[in-house]
Ligand binder design. Structure first.
Ligand code: FES
Length: 106
């Protein structure tokens, strides 16, 4: 698992980007945490920099929307889904169940 940080570091409506085998974005939507691949499947844009509305994030580059629960795009220009990851909170610390970056020792 990858340690993201304290739950206090991800305020409601905010997102953080973490490095892993692939970058992962963790979103706080009304206190519920979601983790997806950070890189849009259309081109190279960080979804953590996108806009969240409901349970979807809109890519900041060409406005494709991805469902934070499933990773599925709602329509073009993105056609492929992003991967989703399980988020685990233990004692106020947020973890994502994903391959740890090389050398992280987690
Ligand atoms: S880079 Fe995300 S929609 Fe184009």
């Amino acid at each position: 698992m990858i340690l993201v940080g304290s739950i206090d570091d991800i305020p409601d409506g905010d997102a953080v980007r973490i490095e892993g085998e692939v970058p992962i974005a963790v979103f706080n939507v009304d206190g519920e945490l979601f983790a997806i691949d950070d890189t849009c499947t259309h081109q190279d844009a960080s979804l953590a920099d996108g806009w969240v509305e409901g349970c979807a994030v809109e890519c900041p580059l060409h406005a494709a929307c991805f469902d934070l629960r499933t990773g599925m795009p709602s329509g073009p220009p993105a056609k492929a889904p992003v991967r989703t990851y399980e988020v685990v909170v233990v004692d106020g610390m947020v973890h994502v169940r994903a391959p740890a970056p090389v050398g992280a020792g987690v």
